[in-house]
Design a protein around this ligand. Structure first.
Ligand SMILES: Nc1ncnc2c1ncn2[C@@H]1O[C@H](COP(=O)(O)OP(=O)(O)OP(=O)(O)O)[C@@H](O)[C@H]1O
Ligand SMILES: [Mg+2]
Length: 489
């Protein structure tokens, strides 16, 4: 059963029980007041019968009743009738005497058109002496007595009073009013059902459509949430789910793209040296290298290419082990100031031999402790220095090391005065296989793994690495590592 139908049924059931309980309550109250069910019916149909007469009406009606039995002719005495009329005046009632088919006498208050026709037929048993009659839009309550004159003509005497037409109208329209009330209830029921089902069923329908679209792989749309209620929250959760799913699908695609690029790069970087090695071997075999000097030169090239490949495979292996998190790190607490001092004094000789001036700036002599793997950190510095030497295009070669211990971290800056790079590509030089010049010429660059490896290592240290550059003036690599607390603090 759909929620819509269930709501409709529950509303209808509620309405029906309310009406039944309402009717039962009315009956119970009426029975409690009147004694039995018959009286309940009479209560409605007996109209004014239950309404007590006023004192003048009472006495006048008793007297006329007595007279009609003893000396009915006296009821034809105008003067006597006027006397009675005066007694009835204070309660706005009047007297009416009937003889045969005519009205013999009627007080002025009872002189209304059509009165004669509205009077009930004679009923000598006098069972229904009190009732109400209507003529010309006027309502009268009466108490009457029918009798026979001495000449045997039928006659009747009425004590009558006009009553408000509204009370009588309300009474006669009561069934219609109740029907109208029930109709209104039914309408309200329909309206409520419509409104509630619109606020529940519609959003659920929308969610269902959205879920179906997601199932069919469509993720490029927004699920609008309709408010802060439970369904609104559910829609919001659905929207979050759709967004997360989309992100993860996009990430998956990105990975897939990366993997394809990686394979294509590896194939390219391996095929190029192999092709030239094969070319040189062929040259030696075919006797193109016909002098010992030429042969020597060919073999040199083959050895150089093979070494390059060996280095590339080493780097690839290292990178993939870092990527998979399979390379063990042995972290120890080291003083970065002392570490850098050692590293530089170790490499100073070799660097100066290549005509490089090494500058070292440290802000303070105090130790700056970090948690690091010495070997891996040396690898990072070596890869950066390698690049500075490899890409240097100036006569005067300078490399500046700067160590800046801060409160929460320690920063190492390595700047060279080489060609630098376009600042736009600075964030990309840490991507695997990224090379600023696209030809992938093996003479001027490597495979693009050096900085990717450095980044993997720094990441493993929970640090960060970034590059900034002014093209033509040099490149600066900035490494930050989280600082350890001083010994004993
Ligand atoms: N000091 C630098 N000056 C100018 N460009 C640089 C410098 N360091 C890196 N680059 C640019 O960043 C790219 C990526 O450097 P990375 O060290 O990752 O790769 P690579 O040096 O080309 O190859 P590999 O280090 O694997 O032999 C380089 O190809 C080069 O274009
Ligand atoms: Mg490099």
């Amino acid at each position: 059963m759909s929620i819509r139908i269930r709501l409709l049924l529950s509303y209808t059931a509620m309405l029906v029980t309310t009406i039944l309980l309402f009717i039962a309550a009315i009956f119970l109250i009426a029975i409690a007041l009147t004694g039995d069910i018959q009286h309940v019916r009479e209560l409605y149909t007996s109209r004014y019968a239950v309404m007590p007469l006023t004192e003048p009406e009472e006495t006048v009606s008793v007297e006329t009743k007595f007279l009609s039995k003893s000396s009915p002719e006296q009821l034809l005495d105008q003067q006597f009738l006027q006397e009675l009329e005066q007694r009835l005046e204070p309660v706005k009632a009047g007297i009416l005497v009937r003889k045969g088919t005519e009205i013999y006498y009627a007080s002025p208050v009872l002189q209304v058109a059509g009165m004669n026709a509205a009077l009930p037929p004679y009923e000598m048993a006098n069972l229904h002496v009190r009732d109400i009659l209507e003529t010309d839009g006027h309502f009268f309550t009466y108490v009457k007595f029918d009798f026979a004159y001495t000449d045997k003509t039928e006659g009747g005497v009425y004590v009558m009073k006009e009553v408000s037409p509204y009370a009588e109208l309300a009474r006669s329209l009561l069934p219609v009013l109740i029907l109208f009330l029930l109709l209104m209830l039914a309408l309200m029921n329909g309206l409520l059902n419509f409104l509630v089902s619109r606020s529940i069923v519609l959003p659920i329908d929308r969610l269902k459509t959205a879920a179906e679209r997601i199932r069919d792989g469509e993720l490029d749309f927004r699920i609008e949430s309709s408010g802060q209620d439970e369904i609104g929250q559910l829609s919001q959760t659905f929207e979050d789910m759709r967004r997360k799913l989309k992100e993860s699908v996009e990430l998956q695609l990105q990975y897939e793209e990366n993997r394809k690029e990686l394979i294509s790069n590896i194939s390219h970087d391996l095929r190029t040296p192999i092709t030239s090695i094969l070319g040189y071997v062929e040259g030696i075999r075919d006797g193109v290298a016909d002098t010992p000097e030429k042969r020597e030169k060919y073999l040199d090239t083959i050895a150089r290419k093979a070494k390059g490949m060996d280095r590339l495979i080493d780097e690839l292996f290292l990178f993939s082990r870092l990527d998979l998190g399979k390379l063990p790190f042995t972290f120890e607490r080291i003083d970065l100031t002392a570490f850098l001092d050692d590293y530089l004094s170790e490499r100073k000789f070799d660097l100066e031999e290549q005509g490089v001036t090494v500058l070292y700036e440290k802000a303070e002599a105090s130790p700056a402790f970090v948690l690091a793997d010495r070997e891996k950190l040396r690898r990072v510095l070596a890869n950066i220095l390698d690049n500075s030497l490899k890409y240097m295009d100036k006569q005067e070669r300078r490399i500046l090391f700067r160590l800046r211990p801060e409160e929460k971290q320690v920063t190492i800056e390595i700047s060279d005065n080489g060609p630098g790079i376009d600042p736009d590509v600075a964030p990309h030089i840490f991507d695997r296989f990224y090379r600023a010049e696209k030809s992938r010429n093996t003479e001027t660059g490597g495979s693009g793994l050096g900085l990717a490896i450095a980044k993997q290592i720094v990441d493993e240290h929970r640090g960060s690495i970034a590059a900034s550059s002014v093209p033509g003036e040099g490149l600066t690599i900035v490494i930050t590592l989280p600082r350890e607390k001083e010994e004993g603090v």
